[in-house]
Design a binder for this molecule. Structure first.
Ligand code: FMN
Length: 173
């Protein structure tokens, strides 16, 4: 599927109901690769993207996020893939690089025909003992800083409509 860039940027919406069916490898690869081409301060690429697809790890990440949220629900809305975005040592612009990568990922997901939802609390998740245990099991440094996470899968709902944009969103001087 190929879409015009402006169409993607304006029509992507947060999806909060996913099919259980796993996405195809080429779809995942396209989305992750788009993340790696996001802008980063000084071009440091000081970001690590972790795609979680094993049901065991997917459910552990979901449970960890839910425990921070303090709610008995799946914060990833049943999505079979969770993408975790971390900032690494060497970032010139910590706090900015991870969200830049995440924005590419959610837009690329829509362009690839997938549903996605940006999910909060990644920073807190990987400050916990359980988060650090996961990093260790994945063979990743325990000092990676959680930045953002994304629920990824096939949408199991109609495409949501955007809210009207604020009248005073843009100022031209
Ligand atoms: C920093 C950030 C954190 C978000 N965290 C969550 C979240 O934890 N759960 C959720 O359902 N949506 C989350 N969202 C998605 C927003 O709620 C969504 O983007 C917003 O309502 C606008 O809808 P749209 O993306 O369809 O335009 C987050 C979005 C951003 C940018």
């Amino acid at each position: 599927m190929k879409m015009e860039a402006m169409e993607v940027l304006k029509n992507r919406r947060a999806i909060r109901k996913f099919k259980a069916e796993q996405i195809k490898d080429d779809e995942l690869n396209a989305v992750l690769e788009a993340g790696t081409f996001a802008p980063t301060g000084h071009g440091s690429q000081a970001v690590k993207i972790v795609a979680v697809q094993s049901p065991e790890y997917r459910n552990r990440v979901s449970a960890l996020n839910a425990s921070i949220l303090g709610a008995d629900m799946d914060p990833y809305y049943g999505a079979p893939t969770i993408v975790l975005i971390f900032e690494t040592e060497g970032s010139y612009t910590p706090g900015f690089d991870g969200p830049a990568v995440t924005t590419n990922i959610v837009n690329a997901a829509y362009a690839a025909g997938l549903g996605s939802c940006w999910i909060h609390r990644c920073k807190q998740m990987f400050e916990t003992e359980e988060g650090k245990a996961l990093l260790k099991e994945w063979g990743l440094p325990e000092d990676l800083r959680g930045s953002c996470s994304v629920a990824l899968g096939y949408a199991d709902c109609e495409q949501p409509q955007p809210k009207p944009r604020k009248e005073d969103y843009i100022v031209r001087v």
